[in-house]
Ligand binder design. Structure first.
Ligand code: PEP
Ligand code: MG
Length: 577
């Protein structure tokens, strides 16, 4: 590693924003315990270090849990339980006092004994617990070893890791981490979406950084461009500080957009709604002036309340009433894929039992969710949508179940039946949409999956991220087909994939005839500002040109050229194309 040399790491722009902070390397590689023997005189100190670290960790874990649904925090509870377990404490004391080992070796050995036992069982549940124990060991040593690291915590922490899970991203948004940099990861992975929702600037896919960044290094993260500057010189820091001030000023100016309509210069009204992943995001949705929720992802609620019909109803009702008079589109559980549920581990989960396929397999659970959505529609603004539809048969079957539940309830109660819609995320349903037009009230195009399945490219894999192009003409053609079918057959068409949070995508979508966009709440005002500069005539002509190009890169260049004139500040910010 060249000490203190300024260096640029290029990656994928995941979540916008600028941060200047200190690097914290997270579980980058397996940490070997310090195996040395300690003298009798040192043992008390080792024991003291162990207990002090344990207390700090327990306090941090408890703080982390606040405001999070308990099933999401299961793994935190598990860590707390182990750290408080008397057998574990006895084992650690034994290794330090009787066997003369360091605190970190004592923790390693005590946990390792348990890991071995669990792994021997060969049962998947215990294998998962074994992995969590290994994580606990890494976390413990990270806490124990590096005073410097804890000093870094609480300031402007930029977390560097190989990859993170959805649960870890939730942990991050509830911690003091200001930005995230990952070796791996794709633009539309669910971890990425959560960071974006919570305005945590992020850059993924920077490759192996182990020889370039170390704990405590000063780093600058540019989440718009997907750039990380390690060890910036003072002139670079000054330049970024003034950019930061400029962006802060711009953000203040955006607030005046809140009460203005999202309307093109020639009078086309565009509806801007928000995507949410957790109920807590509703405050952001309201403060940014979204005209509804275009996608309420319910998977994270499933972990907590999948079986609790009443609780689900309460949550849906609360969110939908808050967003009234605007609509609230609740999406049925889209489990499978990277949202694994226990018992359904598959070799190729993105092509397996995912979304509607799993819901039909677990029909009773699905019916519970349907009933809670029906009950939540007290104000009449709720809509119900099913994910990952491949065939007409699934739509007909799902709608029949939905109406059957509605009929049963309406025999004893006064209910409003929500509109019924589907997500278009699989090319087969996009190409045969006419067949189900009379069964649906609306569709929402999920371009994250539609791109993944059209271009055969894993949305989470940074190795093939150059192929993940939601502006690829093949994807645009499918969107156009759906927009036209919507007009012809009378169902509404919205788009809720990440393309709606991309200025290039927004121009294309409007040009292709879409007038309902659902996006990351934090980008609504910026998007409105852009829309108010566009005319339908010019975006239609751009979209028609884009359809004739050969890949997403060419399309991006075409639209960026247009933006240079229209909105140079966007080109300056996002100018990575
Ligand atoms: C999509 O696929 O575009 C979408 C919005 O759904 P998700 O990202 O939750 O898969
Ligand atoms: Mg999807």
């Amino acid at each position: 590693m060249e000490k203190n040399k300024e260096m640029l790491l290029k990656g994928l722009p995941i979540a916008p924003g600028l941060v200047i902070g200190k690097a914290l390397i997270w579980r980058h590689k397996r940490i070997e315990p310090n195996r040395r023997f300690v003298s009798e005189g040192e043992r008390e100190k080792e024991l003291f270090n162990f207990h002090r670290t344990r207390e700090i960790m327990l306090k941090d874990l408890e703080n982390l849990k606040k405001n999070l649904p308990s099933r999401i925090t299961q793994f935190i509870d598990f860590q707390i339980a182990i750290l408080s377990d008397t057998d574990f404490l006895k084992d650690v004391e034994y290794y330090i006092k009787e066997r003369g080992r360091t605190a970190e070796y004592a923790v390693y050995q005590s946990l390792d004994d348990k890991v071995d036992e669990l792994k021997k069982s060969g049962i998947e549940y215990y294998n998962d617990r074994a992995k969590e124990l290994e994580t606990l060991y890494f976390d413990f040593v990270n806490y124990l070893r590096n005073e410097e690291k804890r000093k870094v915590r609480g300031k402007d922490v930029v977390l560097f890791a190989d990859d993170i899970t959805i649960e870890e991203s939730i942990r991050i948004v509830n911690s003091d981490v200001k930005a995230v940099v990952l070796k791996e990861g794709g633009k539309t992975s669910h971890a990425a979406i959560i960071l974006r929702d919570y305005k945590i600037p992020a850059v993924f896919g920077v490759g192996d950084f182990s020889q370039k960044v170390e704990d405590g290094s000063t780093v600058i993260i540019n989440g718009w461009k997907g750039e990380v500057i390690v060890n910036p010189q003072s002139t670079t820091i000054e330049r970024f500080k003034s950019l930061l001030d400029k962006y802060k000023e711009e953000a203040k100016g955006l607030s005046e957009m809140k009460d203005l309509p999202a309307i093109t210069t020639d009078g086309r009204d565009i509806t801007l709604m928000a995507n949410i992943d957790l109920p807590q995001e509703i405050d952001l949705v309201l403060s940014e002036g979204a005209h509804g929720i275009g996608l309420f992802r319910t998977e994270l609620l499933f972990y907590e309340y999948g079986d609790d019909e009443k609780k689900q109803e309460e949550i849906y009702k609360d969110i939908c009433e808050k967003v009234y008079p605007f609509p609230c589109i609740i999406r049925a559980f889209d489990l499978g894929g990277d949202k694994v549920i226990k018992g359904y581990r598959e070799k190729n989960p993105f092509l397996g039992l995912r979304g509607i396929r799993l819901l039909l397999e677990e029909e009773e659970q699905f019916r519970k969710q349907i009933r809670s959505v029906l009950h939540a529609n007290t104000k009449g603004n709720v809509k119900f949508m099913v994910p990952m539809v491949t065939t007409s048969w699934e739509v007909k079957k799902t709608r029949a179940i939905f109406l059957e539940e509605a009929k049963k309830l309406s025999e004893t109660e006064d209910i409003h039946i929500p509109e019924f819609g589907i997500m278009v995320e699989v090319p087969s349903i996009a190409l045969t949409i006419e067949n189900i037009a009379s069964y649906i009230d609306f569709v929402s195009i999920g371009t994250n999956d539609l791109t993944q399945y059209t271009l055969a490219v894993d949305r989470r894999n940074s190795k093939v991220s150059y192929l993940f192009q939601h502006t690829h003409p093949s994807v645009l053609k499918l969107i156009k087909k759906i927009a036209e079918a919507g007009k012809k057959y009378g169902f509404r068409v919205g788009v809720c994939g990440e393309i709606s949070s991309d200025p290039v995508g927004i121009i294309l979508l409007i040009g292709l005839g879409v007038s309902e966009l659902s996006l990351t709440p934090s980008l609504i005002l910026e998007t409105k500002k852009l829309i108010r500069k566009l005319s339908i005539q010019e975006v239609e002509s751009l979209a028609n040109k884009a359809l004739l190009l050969s890949d997403g890169e060419e399309v991006n260049v075409l639209i960026m050229e247009f933006l240079k004139e229209k909105s140079p500040e966007i080109v300056e910010k996002y100018g990575h194309f």
